[in-house]
Design a protein around this ligand. Structure first.
Ligand SMILES: [Zn+2]
Length: 208
């Protein structure tokens, strides 16, 4: 794969001038494991659909690929048709390109490549957001004091319960104190689970 990349660059340098060549860190990602993660596939599907995933996978497997060649390989009849998917991935930086000018003509050739390390980064963001939310709801439930009527399933704050003499306003039944410990335990378990997922994700990426 590295050899192929080099060849493209070499021939590009010979005939054309490269107008955009960002300096980037090189990462090695365990793709088999990454694409085995349910959330990874779901993220890609939501972003760019089945075709988008195919394009992304192709670029991962084959390395930097010229746009027209890519369209042909992916069985798109026109290069334009594949751009829709490339741009969706590009918006999240999951793919990037270099633009190469052909001779003196104002005509560019695009070479695309996948940035799978970005998918790891995005997934970590999703897990982290959920952890933050879970922590927030633990805090809320720790401090809140609720009472419940087990007949009507109505919830009362401590003040409401006091006002009603700890009786349900609807049926007059005696209110029970709501136990949050189970809820909090569940959330804490979920947080640990997500933290483990983040750890595992980090193991999938190595900087070259
Ligand atoms: Zn009631």
């Amino acid at each position: 794969m590295a050899k192929r990349k080099k060849n493209i660059k070499k021939s590009a340098n010979k005939k054309r001038s490269i107008t955009r060549k960002p300096k980037e860190k090189v990462f090695v990602v365990n793709m088999k494991k990454l694409l085995g993660i349910e959330e990874a596939i779901k993220y890609l599907l939501d972003l760019s659909g089945d075709k988008g995933i195919e394009v992304f996978k192709y670029l991962i497997t084959h390395g930097q690929t010229e746009e027209n060649a890519l369209a042909k390989k992916m069985k798109f009849n026109r290069a334009n048709a594949i751009r829709k998917y490339l741009y969706k991935l590009y918006n999240k930086n999951l793919v990037s390109y270099i633009k190469v000018r052909r001779g003196a003509k104002a005509w560019y050739t695009y070479y695309w490549k996948a940035n799978p390390e970005r998918l790891v980064f995005l997934l970590k963001g999703i897990y982290s957001d959920e952890i933050k939310q879970a922590e927030k709801s633990i805090e809320l439930n720790k401090t809140a004091d609720f009472y419940v009527c087990e007949t009507c399933n109505r919830r009362y704050s401590l003040n409401e319960a006091l006002e009603n003499d700890f009786k349900c306003a609807n049926c007059g039944g005696v209110l029970q104190h709501l136990e949050n410990s189970e809820f909090i335990e569940d959330k804490q378990k979920r947080i640990k689970f997500l933290q483990k997922k983040i750890e595992n994700l980090e193991k999938l990426v190595k900087e070259k």
